[in-house]
Design a protein around this ligand. Sequence first.
Ligand SMILES: [Fe+2]
Ligand SMILES: [Fe+2]
Length: 199
Amino acid sequence: MYSAEEIIDILDIRLSKKRYQHSLNVAEEARKLAGHFDYPDPEKAYITGLLHDICKEIPKDEQLAMVKASDLDVTDVEIETPPLYHAIAGAWYSEQVLHIRDKDMLNAIRYHTVGRAGMSRLEEIIYLADLISADRDYKDVNKMRKISYQSIEKAMLEALRFSVTDVVGKGSMLPKHTIEAYNHYIAIKKKDKERTETK
Ligand SMILES: [Fe+2]
Ligand SMILES: [Fe+2]
């Protein structure tokens, strides 16, 4: 497998300065979240963070070709939504070109845009690190940062609530993975509530 330094060199060639810096920031944030939540392999989180947007700046038709070549449970809605291609393309590229064989890393890249039900801890870490990395400056980013270090499940629900509302607000189609992810974290919240009520 490529070392972090080698991957950083590849990013430097493939990405604009801004996206390159974002990728480094997401990797740092992912390593920090991993440490905070005792995820056993913070270095794996770091490298996955580096890779997550590796295909973001290649032409959309090339991204689509990789999406079509991949066997990663791609839905029709995703095929209709070009901004989502880069996650699937990134997982394909990481596997086929960079020879990354770790399924969990590949899934974390693949689902960093849409989420899914039953995400692994690494998938959650990458999804959230992408939202709260140092370069992010949307209105509620500090609130999101705070919740992310309190509870991954709460942060995922908050992030998905925002994502669903945003997609619907724009009049776009919702990928089924996102709906299933949202329902999944709602179910966790309900279970938590029932547990505290019966105590
Ligand atoms: Fe992305
Ligand atoms: Fe990103």
